[in-house]
Design a protein around this ligand. Structure first.
Ligand code: AMP
Ligand code: ZN
Ligand code: FE
Ligand code: FE
Length: 311
């Protein structure tokens, strides 16, 4: 049975491998297709698609778009979208600047906490990529402040940690609309990991006023993206949910698969590969061929689609 890995990062954002390397690894893992989904950029596509033709594997042009809900980051995966769509290009350009504002804020907060890292070093580590917390984490490790990336997130950079600053971004519903308007297909990334910073009692947090029902309590215990938000995204045209993710425990995968099935959403699986920055290898979690076909059927016309994948 063939399968695809629909969520991988490269040096174009916060991965540590080249786009061509991701494609080679996916081919070596025996996958039928691999998507390149860097944070807020499509810069890795061309190199990856050329490599896909060389290695005989389909490369799907994708993106992992940053959105914001009640102060929490929610990530949307977009596939087969038009990388030249003006609204998409404008939002990615805005996010690039916003990421620098945020990085400078976090560097200042680290300074207040007595930790000094050099903004120029962070810039050098990011290179041409949109700067992200993993670049700050790398600078903290280099400076000997923490032993590894995990410790950098636990002590300084994670949501709720002292140096954390959210990205100002569009709402997840606006993000789904942006991806769809660019001819793409939208999938909710790692819902079990996102949304933890959402303010309790806020719209869509599942914690309404008045006596709390057992459903609301169970949802709060489960954490992750609020179901009310999933419903709003479904209404806006969401096509799938990334149920299988290396950081989702089995019960979380089962819960999101049931939520997806009940809404006729496709249940995808992907590694969220980040090269040396994370443990998961390409193909650690996969999407079955039938699910990939159902997603493809929801994308734009065949001609457009072929320009947005190497296949
Ligand atoms: P950013 O887009 O700057 O908010 O950074 C998000 C990226 O940071 C994710 O894609 C992961 O690569 C990484 N990340 C987020 N949380 C953690 C964590 N707790 N430990 C290690 N890496 C993380
Ligand atoms: Zn990342
Ligand atoms: Fe993500
Ligand atoms: Fe990711």
């Amino acid at each position: 049975m063939s399968a695809a890995d629909l969520h991988t990062h490269t040096l174009a954002s916060d991965g540590t491998t080249t786009p061509a390397e991701n494609v080679r690894l996916a081919a070596a893992a025996g996958l039928q297709a691999v998507a390149i989904t860097d944070h807020d950029t499509t810069a890795g596509w061309d190199e990856a698609m050329a490599a896909g033709r060389r290695w005989g594997i389909e490369v799907i042009g994708g993106i992992e778009l940053s959105t914001e809900h009640d102060g929490a980051g929610i990530h949307l995966l977009g596939y087969w979208l038009d990388p030249a769509d003006p609204d998409l290009v404008a939002e990615c350009a805005r996010l690039r600047g916003e990421r620098w504002r945020r990085a400078r804020t976090m560097i200042a907060r680290l300074q207040q906490a007595g930790v000094s890292i050099d903004a120029e070093r962070v810039q050098a580590l990011a290179g041409d990529a949109p700067v992200g917390r993993p670049h700050l984490a790398a600078a903290l490790v280099e400076a000997g402040v923490v032993a590894d990336t995990d410790a950098a997130f636990v002590h300084y950079l994670g949501e709720g940690a002292p140096a954390y600053e959210p990205k100002r971004a569009v709402s997840p519903v606006a993000g789904v609309r942006l991806i769809r308007a660019a001819g793409g297909v939208a999938v909710l990334a790692h819902p079990g990991l996102s949304g933890a910073g959402a303010r309790p009692g806020a719209v869509g947090s599942g914690a309404g006023p008045g006596p709390e029902g057992s459903d609301a309590a169970a949802e709060r215990a489960a954490g992750g993206v609020p179901v009310a938000l999933l419903d709003a995204l479904t209404e806006a045209g969401l096509a799938g949910v990334e149920c299988d993710h290396p950081a989702h425990p089995p019960a979380v995968r089962d819960r999101w698969r049931a939520l997806a099935d009940a809404r006729d959403l496709q249940a995808t699986g992907s590694s969220d590969f980040h090269g040396a920055r994370k443990d998961a290898a390409i193909g650690a979690c996969v999407t079955p061929a039938g699910v990939l076909a159902a997603l493809r059927a929801r994308s734009g016309s065949g001609l457009q689609r072929r320009a947005r994948s190497s296949w």
